[in-house]
Design a protein around this ligand. Structure first.
Ligand code: ATP
Length: 233
């Protein structure tokens, strides 16, 4: 469903991504691994259209979106939970979720926050009137998930959803990812530092090194040698 082909992208003079080719198939959880600074977030931003590709293509459900703006990609069904969550601090929890609904593919007149998006985060409805900025990190992460799920995406990009989150909430986030996977409607591309975490949810793995895909394969092929070479700090 998502096909990135020979992508090159960067900032100003510097080239960060080199010849990156990656696929996400329907229903898969694909994990993007690599040490700090190898270009994982840059790749996710390029897929979402926040950073222009200099070479190569990004295709989604058979259509090329390489030059499409982020809003168009969102309306095509790509949801994004950015690193640092980027909750609107001055808006209420409910208003934050409504922002996500803007990317819905349903006609405006019949749009509503889907129950299944909220059901995964039972704590949220009791906080609908609170300002997003007043929530804890874990609550904001749940809100960022709900905001992204409001438009019923068929691909969800998750950039380090467990970063800075306390362990009990990390377990909740793992459960949410598993439940999205079990629903079978939404594929996931996940950036996550914890190997244990990605092993517990992932179907397929890409390892980036210096902006290029250094390794790819299934869980059973993710050997200690690969981990030592590309992931151990
Ligand atoms: N806005 C920017 N302008 C210039 N350089 C940037 C910008 N954002 C990132 N970089 C540089 O691009 C490189 C890749 O960064 P990126 O955030 O994609 O890495 P990452 O693999 O996601 O790392 P991390 O795990 O630390 O988030 C780094 O050298 C970083 O300093």
């Amino acid at each position: 469903m998502l096909a990135v082909q020979q992508l090159e992208a960067g900032y100003g003079e510097s080239v960060i991504l080199r010849n990156v080719t990656l696929r996400v198939e329907p229903g898969q959880v694909v994990c993007l691994l690599g040490r700090n600074g190898v270009g994982k977030t840059t790749l996710m931003k390029s897929i979402m259209g926040l950073l222009k590709a200099r070479r190569g293509t990004v295709s989604y459900n058979g259509q090329e979106l390489t030059k499409a703006a982020p809003g168009r990609r969102a309306r095509r069904g790509i949801g994004y939970v950015p690193q640092g969550r980027e909750i609107f601090g001055q808006l209420t929890v409910y208003e934050n979720i409504l922002v996500g609904l803007e990317a819905s593919r349903e006609p405006k007149a019949v749009r509503a926050v889907p129950e299944e998006a909220i059901a995964k985060f039972p704590v949220l409805p009791s906080m609908y009137g609170r300002r997003g900025g007043d929530l804890s990190g874990g609550q904001q992460q749940q809100l960022a998930f709900a905001r992204a799920l409001a438009s019923k995406p068929d691909l969800l990009l998750l950039d380090e959803p467990c970063e800075g989150i306390q362990p009990s909430i990390v377990d909740d986030i793992r459960d949410v990812i598993r439940s999205i996977k079990a629903d079978g409607k939404t594929s996931i591309l996940l950036i996550e530092q914890s190997l244990d975490f990605v092993k517990s949810v992932g179907d397929y793995f890409y390892v980036l090194d210096k902006g290029a895909v250094a390794w790819e394969g299934g869980l059973e092929e993710l050997s200690d040698e690969v981990i030592k070479k590309y992931l151990t700090v």
